[in-house]
Design a protein around this ligand. Structure first.
Ligand SMILES: *[C@@H]1O[C@H](CO)[C@@H](O)[C@H](O)[C@H]1NC(C)=O
Ligand SMILES: *[C@@H]1O[C@H](CO)[C@@H](O)[C@H](O)[C@H]1NC(C)=O
Ligand SMILES: *[C@@H]1O[C@H](CO)[C@@H](O)[C@H](O)[C@H]1NC(C)=O
Ligand SMILES: *[C@@H]1O[C@H](CO)[C@@H](O)[C@H](O)[C@H]1NC(C)=O
Ligand SMILES: *[C@@H]1O[C@H](CO)[C@@H](O)[C@H](O)[C@H]1NC(C)=O
Ligand SMILES: *[C@@H]1O[C@H](CO)[C@@H](O)[C@H](O)[C@H]1NC(C)=O
Length: 429
């Protein structure tokens, strides 16, 4: 037979191996490209709506709400995350202009589909409004969970500091937390609705800033009547129920603001983050400590790590076990998007500027809730005490890393455009 003769010939044998290797290589290249290059392709085609839709629908392959929250989707991803020991990336120096350009490149994914059930949603109002629609990117990721960590995403985000990325953080330390965020609770803000008998298409949220404007507001009942109540920092309710309500669904923090809050507000009676039944913690991860601390909490470690920086901050004590199912981490791309698109500050500083913790909370709500009612934001700094819980008038402190006045203008713009309701006591007099 001819084939037996051929296979005896070493030249044919060699050719066969070559063909085999080439096809293997081509197949690997093809599957790699499909997965890794998609976010870059999407950002390139961002301005061509037609292309973007096409690419997303191709990648999403009938992604539905159910698929997006399906727990079993990313188990495999989680396993590879833990195993890989990725060295610190060595990124070349770039100019400020190039850096800003990179900061403005975002991952796009389909999380927004999860918040798309309500026909009167605040996001439809934004998309319909010529004064604000240029700020809004629909398919921006809001939360981050295990599927968002891969060596290539790690390298991309390694450029950005603090809340904006993974700068100087070790892959393994981040993955100790992210690899545990595998459940639908980590993908979707209002996870209690997933298995609830009552279906709710439009979600009403009260967002509570801590401004002195709330002192004497008598808004407590109205606040508590919302589906979800978001609070931040010194979220004191005991003794202030008439003005600020008592319900807390989401407590928002960064590790640094929380440790400052606990140090500064003990004297007002604030000793631990709120922990009523059903509480969810919305974390704005501003350093490696956050990931190490969360990972240690998940593993039940004791003692918990102090901050590795020169301040050696104490680990915070929660009154409930901090388990992955009550944690939601905001995606670093979302943080940078807020910085550039929503709090477009004239004082922006490459290294330190970020929106205030209260602003991040309100803007997360704007991207997930359907009706957003804000209290304790946008009050005059001259007229009202810094916070509602202070017994004596206390002046507002401006910090260099925030632009409070730009944020205030934004809240008033959103109110004027009838996108959010903002509690302003003067008008009600
Ligand atoms: C998406 O779902 C529809 C209906 O279930 C089906 O006809 C279509 O082939 C699916 N598309 C893909 C890409 O799987
Ligand atoms: C989740 O995924 C599993 C496995 O792929 C599948 O059997 C199940 O039906 C999915 N659940 C939903 C709600 O899509
Ligand atoms: C969007 O604008 C159109 C035309 O002005 C209006 O009919 C529609 O109700 C608006 N939709 C929303 C959700 O505001
Ligand atoms: C963070 O990662 C580095 C390098 O792998 C390691 O030396 C350090 O111990 C890690 N820190 C924690 C708290 O796991
Ligand atoms: C941000 O501010 C700059 C300068 O004021 C302006 O040119 C730009 O259009 C603003 N961008 C957004 C998204 O508002
Ligand atoms: C809060 O309101 C009460 C009653 O109007 C007033 O006596 C008190 O001084 C206010 N507190 C602050 C810090 O302004």
């Amino acid at each position: 037979m001819a084939s037996t003769e051929n296979s005896r010939n070493p030249r044919y044998f060699f050719l066969l191996i070559l063909i085999f290797c080439a096809s293997y290589f081509m197949i690997r290249l093809w599957t790699f490209n499909e997965r890794a290059a998609l976010p870059q392709m999407l950002s390139k085609f961002h301005h061509f709506k037609f292309f973007r839709k096409k690419l997303i629908s191709h990648e999403a392959v009938n992604t539905s709400f159910d698929d997006l929250v399906n727990v079993s989707l990313s188990r495999q991803v989680a396993e590879t995350i833990v195993e890989e020991n990725v060295p610190l990336p060595n990124l070349p120096e770039i100019s400020l202009e190039e850096f800003i350009k990179e900061e403005k490149q975002y991952y796009h994914d389909e999380q927004y589909l999860m918040y798309k059930k309500c026909p009167t949603s605040v996001r439809l109002k934004i998309a319909n409004n010529s004064a604000v629609k240029h700020k809004f990117i629909e398919d921006m990721p809001v939360l981050m969970w295990d599927k968002h960590l891969s060596p290539s995403e790690y390298k991309r985000l390694f450029r950005f500091k603090n809340i904006n990325g993974f700068k100087n953080m070790y892959y393994k330390n981040i993955s100790s937390t992210l690899s545990k965020l595998t459940s639908e609770n980590n993908r979707y803000m209002f996870d209690d609705l997933l298995h609830s008998a009552t279906k709710k298409d439009c979600i009403r949220c009260a967002i509570i800033g801590n401004g002195g404007i709330l002192n004497g507001s008598k808004k407590g009942k109205e606040i508590d009547s919302h589906d979800y109540v978001f609070r931040v920092n010194t979220a004191l309710t005991k003794g202030f129920e008439a003005d600020v309500g008592s319900k807390t669904s989401f407590y928002c923090f960064t590790m640094v603001t929380l440790s400052n809050t606990l140090a500064g507000s003990r004297k007002f009676g604030f000793t631990a983050p709120p922990s009523p039944p059903g509480i969810r913690y919305l974390v704005f991860a501003d350093n490696e400590w956050t990931y190490m601390y969360m990972g240690a909490q998940f593993a039940g470690k004791d003692p918990l790590p102090r901050s590795p920086d020169k301040y050696h901050r104490r680990p915070m004590k929660f009154n409930v076990p901090v388990t992955p199912d009550i944690i939601k981490i905001v995606h670093p791309d979302f943080e940078r998007y807020l910085k550039w698109s929503w709090v477009n500050s004239s004082h922006q500083h490459r290294d330190i500027h970020r929106p205030t913790t209260g602003a991040i909370m309100l803007l997360v709500a704007l991207h997930t809730c359907d009706e957003v009612n804000a209290y304790g934001f946008g009050g005059s700094y001259e007229k009202y005490s810094d916070h509602y819980y202070e017994p004596k008038f206390s002046k507002h402190t401006f910090y260099a890393n925030h632009d409070d006045r730009t944020e205030q203008k934004l809240w008033h713009l959103l109110r004027k455009e009838k996108i959010i309701n903002l509690y302003t006591r003067d008008e009600e007099r």
